[in-house]
Each structure stands twice: as structure tokens, then as C-alpha cells.
Design a binder for this molecule. Structure first.
Ligand code: AMP
Ligand code: MG
Length: 419
């Protein structure tokens, strides 16, 4: 099938209407949802290669499931119903087994040995469990009542030929593959995996595992973000560490934009002297600095570098990861051809107390202990150990809150972000 590549994103796709000083999380999300679209091409592949990929087209059942009326149990088939009371039926010679149907009709008043999955022969529609039967070679006896159709699965009761069983944009789960296969479909149209570059910025960064002096810190964001992207099924491309030097960064972004569909940078995303990601994106005319009313998280720098969307994350690892989960996860999923994901939130009792003022949303590293949501001891955005300690985030809404132990709070396990 011909490779299709979608049209490029518009240069103003990240331009947020001016006015509000701080943009609420939901407004920022709504903006991304409204302005982003798939940037990946498509290809048709066997379902064996489709796990975790996004459907580029609806999947339509090639045939019904089950394709024929068949038995749900091992037992004996006959024409039902069987009213209350004892029954005795002669057996036909032969049996119906899975893959070995009994071709002739079952005569009225007769029963036939049938095994699970076997097509129910004509003349029969009801099956009595073998455990409920006394049988000889030539007859069975059992007690009613048995409703007509008992223990039989009807043709097409699960899925109907010609109908859409999965929509374009769906990320295929293992169960989806089973379902697709069951309807006789062997290949599916998929989006090519999104190639996402990860670039860490800052003069202070050293590569993990290499010698570093005390003025340096190790690049924690790079490995964390690349592993996150890999979990989402994207091709994570290591773009390394960029110094706080505009021309070097420019050259790195140029090279990166040729081999990526999207770029995540971390650090240098604010409006300070050494915030070169923002400065460079500003020169493209596509730049937007989003001041999102949330903690953690400073501005998010967004723009297109030679047509490639760049999400400029804060440098602090906790802020970088929270922004990646809250904004990067849905944004990248749409760029990859997926539908817009909304993380599941579970209302659970707080294992902590906290009061906060109105005006911004807060995300804290959290985990479940004995059914209660516990938060990490420190809210410091540089404390990367808390991300590892946590099994999810607790979300505390934009409004003022006075949370006491036992109050319901909104917990989002990492699984809510497909991690
Ligand atoms: P920035 O956003 O560049 O001002 O960085 C904010 C903080 O995050 C600073 O303390 C940086 O040293 C730190 N930081 C930036 N990038 C990384 C990284 N890749 N790994 C760990 N810490 C980082
Ligand atoms: Mg920096």
C-alpha cells in the first residue's frame, strides 16, 4: 500500500490566545488537543507485528465470531427445550467435535455427542452438560429443565462480519490482536512508530557513567525520558547533551529535525539568559511559552523547528517528568496517530494532610499504602528519588483545598500514563 504522510503542523499550532497570565492545565490540554494531528505515515503489516502500535484505519470484521453456532461445553446436543422432569434420548451414531463437524441433521427425538467448540448440527440447538447425564453407548438420560439454546453460542453473538470492531487511533493491546485474529483479519493498517528525539541541555550536564567534577550533574532526564518514550512504543532517539551555547544547540536541532518526528528537550526552556531552547524557538516564529498554572512546572516552551514539533520541558527532573506525563503523553500520542488519552483518576482516601491556595493545580509524587494515598516527604522538584519511590501522582485541583487524612483525593497510578 502507498505510504501516506500527513500534512505538516501549522506554524501557529502552539500559539495560545493571549490574556490569562497563567494558563490552567485544562486550557493547555484543550489547546494541544485542538491543534495537534498525526504526523506519521502509514503501513500495512501482519498482526504479529502490530502490538502496541496505533491503527491508521478502522478494523472491520472479515467474518462473524463465532462463525457458526457451536457448543460451549462437552455434552449432548438435541432439539430443546427440555421441560422439567426426566428425559431419555437415543444417541445418533457419530459425534460433533471442534474442527470435525457432524454433517447430517440430528433426527427429531435424538441426541448427539458434542464437544466444546463443535458446530451444533442441524436438528439440534440445546446442549446438556456431560456431567448432568447418565450415558450408555446408545442413549442418555438427564433431568430438565433446560432452556432452548442452553450451552450453545450463537453465530455472530460476539462480533458481526462487516462491522467496525476497532477504530483508527486505537493503540493495539494483546487482547485486540486476539479479537482481530478471531474475525479472520490478518493484516492491519498502522501508523509508523513516532521517532522522538531527546535532548538534554545545560553546561552542567555530564553523561551518566563518565567522570564528572563537582560543578557538574549527571543527565538524569535523558535516560528517564527515553525509557518513558520506549514504554509508549515510540522510537526514542538519543540526541545527547547540548551545552548552553546557542549555535551548538542550533546545529544539534537542525540535525535532529531531519531524523525525528518530534523532539523533547529538557532545560533552558524559560526566559532567562541561558534559556537557549526558548530563544532559538522564538526565532522560528512558531514559539510559544506556556505559563501553566501547575506545580511542579515552570513554563513549557513549544514550537516547530524546521517543521518538527519541539516540546521544551523544564530541566528539573520532577517537573520534566510530570510535564511529560501530563502534556507530552497526550501530545505525542496524537502526533503518533493515536486518539487523545485521558489518564484514569482513582478517588482514594488521603494518607496525608495539606492545604493549598486557589489558582494552580498541584501534582505530588504519591503511592498507595494500605489503600491510602501517601505523598513523598518533600515537594522539591529536584528530588528525583521521589519519582522512583512513587507509583503515581496525586492531583490536587486548581481550587483552594484543605485536605485532611481520609478525604478522597485523585490518584493517577503510572499505569494511567501507560507507564
Ligand atoms: P533549567 O531548566 O535549565 O534552568 O534547569 C533547572 C534545573 O534542572 C537545574 O538545577 C538543572 O541543573 C537541572 N537539570 C537540567 N537538566 C537536567 C538533566 N538533564 N538532568 C538532571 N537535572 C537537570
Ligand atoms: Mg539549564
Amino acid at each position: 500500500m502507498a505510504k501516506l504522510t500527513p500534512p505538516p503542523l501549522r506554524n501557529d499550532c502552539f500559539a495560545m490566545p493571549q490574556g490569562a497570565h497563567w494558563t490552567p492545565v485544562d486550557t493547555a490540554l484543550a489547546h494541544l488537543k485542538a491543534h495537534l494531528s498525526a504526523v506519521t505515515g502509514t503501513q500495512t503489516l501482519p498482526i504479529a507485528q502490530a502490538a502496541g502500535r496505533f491503527l491508521a484505519a478502522d478494523v472491520i470484521a472479515a467474518r462473524s465470531h463465532p462463525p457458526h453456532r457451536n457448543s460451549a461445553v462437552d455434552g449432548y446436543a438435541f432439539a430443546g427445550p427440555a421441560p422439567e422432569g426426566p428425559h431419555e434420548l437415543p444417541l445418533v451414531d457419530g459425534r460433533a467435535a471442534a474442527g470435525q463437524p457432524y454433517a447430517a441433521p440430528v433426527p427429531p427425538g435424538y441426541a448427539i455427542r458434542i464437544l466444546t467448540g463443535a458446530p451444533v448440527p442441524d436438528g439440534a440447538d440445546t446442549i446438556v452438560l456431560q456431567e448432568d447425564v447418565t450415558a450408555t453407548k446408545s442413549a442418555i438420560a438427564f433431568h430438565g429443565p433446560l432452556k432452548q439454546g442452553a450451552n450453545a453460542r450463537n453465530a455472530g453473538e460476539d462480533m458481526t462480519a462487516g462491522t467496525v470492531i476497532l477504530p483508527a487511533g486505537r493503540r493495539l493491546t494483546p487482547a485486540d490482536l486476539g479479537m482481530i485474529a478471531a474475525t479472520g483479519v490478518g493484516t492491519v493498517s498502522l501508523r509508523n512508530p513516532l521517532r522522538v528525539g531527546v535532548l538534554s541541555t545545560g553546561d552542567e550536564l555530564a553523561k551518566p557513567g563518565q567522570a564528572a567534577d563537582n560543578a557538574q550533574i549527571y543527565d538524569a532526564n535523558g535516560p528517564m525520558l527515553r525509557a518513558t518514550l520506549a514504554r509508549w512504543g515510540y522510537k526514542a532517539i538519543d540526541l545527547g547533551q547540548a551545552p548552553d551555547d546557542r549555535e551548538t544547540l542550533r546545529a544539534m536541532l537542525d540535525a535532529a529535525s531531519d531524523k525525528t518526528d518530534a523532539i523533547l528537550t529538557s532545560g533552558g526552556a524559560s526566559a532567562g539568559d541561558e534559556d537557549h531552547v526558548s530563544a532559538l524557538l522564538e526565532g522560528t516564529g512558531s514559539f510559544a511559552l506556556w505559563r501553566i498554572a501547575m506545580k511542579p512546572g515552570r513554563p513549557l516552551a513549544l514550537g516547530l523547528w524546521r517543521g518538527t514539533p519541539v516540546i521544551g520541558l523544564p530541566g528539573n527532573p520532577v517537573a520534566a517528568q510530570v510535564c511529560t506525563l501530563m502534556f507530552g503523553h497526550p501530545a505525542l500520542q496524537v502526533l503518533a496517530g493515536g486518539d487523545w488519552p485521558v489518564p484514569h483518576r482513582y478517588s482514594l482516601p488521603a494518607g496525608f494532610a495539606k492545604s493549598k491556595r486557589a489558582g494552580r493545580r498541584e501534582y505530588q509524587r504519591a503511592r498507595l499504602t494500605d489503600g491510602r494515598v501517601e505523598v513523598f516527604a518533600s515537594e522539591g522538584s529536584g528530588r528525583i528519588s521521589g519519582l522512583s519511590w512513587a507509583t503515581g501522582l496525586v492531583e490536587i485541583g486548581d481550587a483552594a483545598a484543605n485536605i485532611e487524612e481520609g478525604d478522597p483525593v485523585s490518584f493517577m497510578p503510572w499505569g494511567s500514563f501507560d507507564l
